[in-house]
Design a protein around this ligand. Structure first.
Ligand SMILES: NC(=O)c1ccc[n+]([C@@H]2O[C@H](COP(=O)([O-])OP(=O)(O)OC[C@H]3O[C@@H](n4cnc5c(N)ncnc54)[C@H](O)[C@@H]3O)[C@@H](O)[C@H]2O)c1
Length: 87
């Protein structure tokens, strides 16, 4: 079965990092985009070697297309203001 990919902006923050944990644990592929303005890579460091987790340091308000191509040309769909989903 094809795993769903979820993009989490602010994924290295307090709430976002817990969301990353939970979604990786539940079997999703997770792309975490964070510019680290208040968050820290330490919050997701334990996930960096997971095959289904990708961290991208980037401003989510800028250059969304670049984030998409960095993530491997995944077909993305804008679903909410801060949330992109992919299949
Ligand atoms: N241990 C605790 O109980 C604890 C710890 C930390 C925070 N908090 C509380 O949690 C709340 C804050 O949590 P949060 O997760 O909403 O905030 P956060 O600051 O932890 O997370 C927001 C994340 O978004 C990122 N970000 C912001 N703008 C961005 C942009 N344009 N592009 C990409 N990334 C961007 C930040 O770098 C950060 O990682 C506050 O109420 C705080 O008091 C509680």
């Amino acid at each position: 079965m094809v795993k769903k990919t979820i993009v989490i902006t602010g994924g290295a923050g307090f709430i976002g990092s817990h969301l990353c944990d939970r979604l990786v644990r539940e079997g999703f592929r997770v792309i975490c985009i964070d510019n680290l303005i208040t968050g820290s890579k330490d919050n997701v460091r334990h996930l960096l070697n997971e095959k289904d987790f990708l961290f991208i340091r980037q401003d989510a308000a800028q250059n969304r297309k670049s984030a998409v191509s960095s993530a491997g040309q995944l077909p993305l769909r804008l679903t909410k203001h801060h949330t992109l989903s992919a299949q």
